[in-house]
Design a protein around this ligand. Structure first.
Ligand code: ADE
Length: 256
């Protein structure tokens, strides 16, 4: 598909949405709810799973990040997210890219397992440190997401700051950064995808569901593994509502 000419992202009318998930277990419940059909691999090297369908006025593509060629585990983290997002934007030309998935939440911000967040403001990286003034912004991300208060309301989500890094657990300095920035959702992909979307002129929103609490004594991996299936089902319910809201009639990215 040819690359589109530069547009003011807020003026884009959303007729094509791409939904990017890391894990198949997060994505499958939405594929089933929307009745999306599997498509041939959109990229022969990365081999993401690709499903597509129509919801009202909307063409929907759903991509996962594919699998690590050595271990066979699903790709997670910012490297995979950057590659997957760039490939998706180039091949599918979405008017809006949604990154859906699970996240760590924070009791201090009032979260519980199952709380859903829509990204608010700039998206951050909490594990990149370059103590040289000119590089600080690049390290910390601060890539703006597209404001989506109406979408958040339509799906019963809170709005909150999202921060990404490449670890499931968290070092004390990272926790301190996230406390300072009032982070609500700690994930491993969203900010990398926002970075691609801003530079490609594609509106971007993250929708994240809490599987574990970062500021709680239980190891996050235990809560994550225990809650992944249940929270993915809950996320799919809300994502279905969001996709149907987007497909009810064409909406401008500036009106999300
Ligand atoms: N996804 C789910 N829980 C997470 C956590 N604690 N950190 C990063 N990504 C996550």
């Amino acid at each position: 598909m040819p690359t589109r000419p530069a547009r003011d992202p807020a003026e884009i009318t959303i007729e094509r949405v791409s939904v990017l998930y890391a894990l198949e277990s997060e994505a499958t419940p939405l594929v089933e709810r929307l009745g999306l059909q599997e498509q041939p691999a959109v990229d022969p090297q990365l081999r993401p799973r690709h499903f597509a369908g129509t919801v009202g006025t909307l063409h929907v593509d759903l991509l996962t990040l594919g699998r690590d060629p050595r271990s066979g585990t699903e790709r997670v983290g910012t490297d995979a997210a950057t590659m997957g997002a760039y490939m998706g934007v180039r091949k599918l030309s979405p008017d809006l890219l949604l990154n859906a998935g699970t996240c760590g939440g924070f009791e201090a911000e009032g979260a519980a397992v199952g709380t859903i967040y829509v990204s608010r403001g700039d998206l951050l990286f909490h594990d990149r440190r370059i103590p040289i003034a000119a590089f600080r912004q690049q390290a910390e991300g601060r890539w703006p997401g597209t404001p989506a208060p109406r979408l958040a309301q339509a799906i019963g989500a809170r709005e909150g700051v999202v921060s990404s890094g490449n670890s499931l657990d968290c070092l004390p300095g990272e926790l301190e950064f996230m406390r300072r920035e009032r982070v609500c959702a700690k994930d491993m992909e969203a900010t990398a995808i926002a970075q691609v979307c801003v530079q490609c002129g594609v509106p971007f929103v993250a929708v994240k569901a809490v599987t574990d609490l970062v500021d709680h004594p239980e190891p996050v991996q235990d809560a994550f593994l225990r809650n992944l299936r249940m929270v993915s089902a809950l996320l799919a319910e809300r994502m279905e509502a969001g996709v149907r809201w987007l497909g009810a009639h064409p909406r401008r990215a500036g009106d999300l």
